[in-house]
Design a protein around this ligand. Structure first.
Ligand SMILES: [Zn+2]
Ligand SMILES: [Zn+2]
Length: 228
């Protein structure tokens, strides 16, 4: 027991920083100086997490309020956060997932915790190709840090749709219509909707709409990173 504790302690102390390979010296696996240089978001729109010069609701959210009540993103989708997200997504790198989610859990810890965390689902075909859902990995770890239950069956993806990458926000939204189905058990609950990256917000919007239709009381979103 003592031996296991000592070796656990040593392995944590001796673990190398994922970014600079210096001894990380902490449980996050990213050293303090690298962690301090992660691309901070600064002021954002509280509804959609869009980076802004001041913290205020952005014109787009004033005109068309999103289906979610608040959006929280830990960092800009830029070096080295983007590389860590890709390591998780493309290579199933769980060390990257561990570091990102531990640091993000500290940054994004909600004042009023939701009742459950719900990861944005992948279509089964995509899930089958990749072998895992990165949003589910992130939600499980945030749930662990925040002591919140994770409901992976609350939301289903009915179709995968063509690639979204070349589309603008309204094209993406149209593309995503009817893409998600939420289970009735979300009725009356405060939902924390989890994804890896928030790009135009269209995916989270479509998922939030179906949670609303199923009677969710409130929805806030959590993502590791935000694209500008
Ligand atoms: Zn480092
Ligand atoms: Zn906004």
């Amino acid at each position: 027991m003592v031996y296991r504790l000592i070796s656990h302690f040593l392995s944590r102390r001796l673990a190398l920083c994922l970014l600079c390979q210096a001894p990380a010296g902490n449980a996050a696996g990213i050293c303090t100086s690298c962690a301090a240089e992660l691309p901070q978001l600064g002021c954002t729109c509280p509804r959609c997490a869009r980076p802004l010069p001041v913290t205020a609701t952005c014109p787009q959210c004033l005109r068309h309020p999103p289906a979610f009540d608040a959006a929280h993103c830990a960092w800009h989708y830029a070096y080295p956060v983007a590389q860590l997200v890709r390591r998780l997504k493309d290579h199933g790198d769980m060390a990257a997932a561990h570091s990102l989610t531990l640091l993000a859990a500290e940054r994004l810890r909600p004042d009023v915790p939701p009742d459950i965390l719900v990861p944005v689902p992948l279509h089964w075909r995509r899930y089958w190709q990749r072998g895992f859902n990165q949003a589910q990995v992130i939600a499980a770890r945030l749930g662990h840090h925040w002591q919140l239950p994770v409901d992976t069956g609350a939301l289903r993806r009915l179709r995968s749709g063509p690639s979204q990458q070349q589309l603008n926000r309204s094209q993406r939204l149209r593309n995503l219509e009817g893409c998600f189905a939420a289970h009735r058990r979300v009725e009356g609950l405060r939902i924390g909707l989890v994804d890896d990256v928030m790009t135009t917000g269209a995916t989270l919007e479509a998922a939030a709409r179906s949670l609303r239709q199923a009677g969710a009381l409130s929805i806030c979103t959590f993502a590791m990173a935000r694209t500008p």
